[in-house]
Write a protein of this length. Structure first.
Length: 163
């Protein structure tokens, strides 16, 4: 029988400790990021991804604890209380929301790989800004715990990047 309804694609079931790539692109170690705050990991353990598209997803299962009104950044709190910040670009707060479309609301439950923000990378680049997406562990689940990520390379949004 033919269906006139588009099938809803289910996200893969993820462990509650999995961290997935929030965007498709190339992994960049913190030491190579252009912004000093992220490069020196002042907010927490950081990894960058140079995006090839603007779909920015939740890096983990949890609650969308923070969603900046400009859409340039959001944070997810996992069930083990680990806090993960996703920051889209450098100085993109100065765009005041231009080029960012939010798909979720603060307080929503989210799944790893679920789209949260659509970023128009051309708007970011035309403004002369760096479009790198930073993933920051702002509050580790255990004091002093460090995530171990896959080696550098290309990743797809929703791909598990911690080991």
């Amino acid at each position: 029988m033919f269906s006139i309804f588009k099938e809803k694609k289910e996200l893969p079931v993820r462990n509650n400790t999995d961290i997935v790539a929030p965007v498709t692109g190339k992994l960049i170690p913190a030491s190579e990021l252009s912004d000093q705050m992220f490069r020196e990991e002042m907010m927490g353990q950081t990894i960058g991804i140079m995006p090839t598209d603007g779909t920015v997803c939740s890096p983990a299962n949890g609650i969308l604890e923070v969603l900046y009104p400009t859409g340039h950044a959001f944070a997810v709190r996992r069930s083990d209380q680990e806090g993960i910040l996703v920051h889209i670009g450098i100085d993109t707060v100065n765009l005041k929301g231009r080029g960012f479309r939010m798909l979720k609301k603060q307080g929503d439950p989210v799944k790893a790989g679920e789209p949260i923000v659509i970023a128009d990378l051309n708007t970011v680049k035309e403004a002369g800004l760096d479009s790198c997406v930073m993933l920051v562990i702002t509050e580790p689940a255990e004091e002093g715990k460090k995530e171990t990520y896959i080696p550098s390379g290309s990743v797809a949004h929703g791909e598990v990047i911690n080991q």
